[in-house]
Design a protein. Structure first.
Length: 384
């Protein structure tokens, strides 16, 4: 009798345990199905047509890995000029306008200065005196050779000739710096004004004078820049310096207009960090001429690092939810499942993808319209 009671108790406990396990399995299955359903979207034919949903496949692509860096457009110092004069004067003529292209040597303006007239007079007078002194020196030298005159007289003639010769060089140099051609200077063509000439070819950026105004000596009267020699100054931080090499190709765009890109090539890398920054400047030459680029513009550049053969999808197939990336694959008629992925290199409209969950190699992927599927899938997440 006692043994029968024990058997009955164990049978009851076994039955209860089996029932409990069955309940737990059912709960787990329901929970798994619920989680799975949360990642599935079903659209009607009309919805699919309205969003122009399109399908595609995973593809093998050669993608170029790029490094994104920022910088700005700069001009080498030899291609920008601040034009001034050595002596002041009243502005007589202005021959150029801002924005105009000028060639080196072109006369930009003329000024009137009485000191310049006096310098020309002094130069011509000294030249006339120099002719007399040269003849006098030769006469005294001949007399000295014949021991007719005193040595002191000969030395005096030699001294006066040397002074006049030095004065000619000095006055000629001053006049040349003021734009007066002394080789053509005579008493018949003394210039009443001096010309301000362009030291380089380029565009007139600023004009800081006006007609009749007194132009001060050493003041910046014109600013000229030659944008044909613009280059990139790009800031590369310490962790990325090893990826940069001279000769690498770059594409860049104005930070305010990323739709238009321009080619460039790295030609120099600074050998020291910038002040207070763990970054170096990398210089790149622009491979085209464009009038839309100006000095000081900030740019976004991408340096081509290497090529990778990998599995990729059109970039529009990948959608973001926070910091996570997803794609959608078909799992039945008008049914699409969300798949979490990791992304890699992007190039020419394609992005490298690595699926976290197992996905059939021949799975059809939503390559257009994925954003709408994600919106439908997450529209109630806030309430949950």
């Amino acid at each position: 009798m006692k043994n029968n009671i024990v058997i009955i108790i164990f049978s009851f406990l076994g039955l209860v345990s089996c029932k409990k396990n069955a309940i737990e399995d059912t709960v787990k299955k329901d929970s798994k199905e619920a989680v799975s359903e949360k990642s599935v979207v079903t659209f009607t034919n009309e919805q699919i047509k309205a969003i122009d949903l399109q399908l595609g496949n995973f593809e093998n692509k050669n993608l170029t890995t790029t490094l994104k860096i920022n910088g700005k457009l700069s001009l080498p110092p030899q291609y920008q000029a601040q034009v001034s004069i050595l002596t002041g004067g009243v502005v007589k003529n202005i021959f150029v306008q801002e924005g105009e292209f000028v060639t080196a040597g072109k006369t930009l303006a003329t000024i009137v200065n009485t000191e310049v007239i006096q310098l020309q007079q002094d130069y011509l007078e000294n030249n006339a005196n120099l002719v007399y002194l040269e003849k006098e020196y030769q006469r005294q030298k001949e007399l000295r050779d014949d021991n007719i005159n005193a040595g002191k007289t000969y030395q005096q003639a030699q001294r006066e000739l040397q002074i006049a010769q030095a004065k000619k060089v000095t006055l000629g140099s001053k006049l040349n710096q003021l734009g007066v051609n002394v080789s053509k200077l005579s008493s018949k063509n003394i210039a009443s004004s001096i010309a301000i000439s362009a030291p380089i070819s380029g565009y007139i950026q600023h004009i800081n004078l006006s007609m009749g105004k007194y132009a001060d000596a050493n003041a910046d009267l014109f600013e000229i820049i030659d944008n044909r020699f613009l280059h990139l100054d790009l800031k590369v931080f310490e962790k990325d310096i090893h990826k940069i090499k001279i000769g690498q190709s770059i594409t860049f765009s104005d930070a305010n207009d990323v739709s238009h890109t321009h080619p460039a090539k790295i030609y120099a890398i600074n050998k020291a960090f910038e002040p207070n920054e763990q970054a170096v400047l990398v210089h790149a030459k622009i491979n085209e001429i464009t009038e839309t680029l100006l000095p000081g513009m900030y740019v976004e550049a991408r340096v081509k690092i290497d090529n990778t053969n990998t599995i990729a999808l059109p970039s529009d197939a990948i959608v973001n939810n926070g910091s996570e990336h997803f794609i959608f694959i078909t799992i039945g008629k008008n049914r699409f499942q969300q798949i979490k992925v990791r992304t890699g290199a992007s190039d020419l409209g394609f992005t490298e993808v690595k699926t976290i969950d197992q996905v059939p190699a021949d799975a059809k992927v939503v390559v257009k319209g994925a954003y709408y599927l994600l919106s439908e899938l997450t529209k109630g997440s806030g309430e949950e």
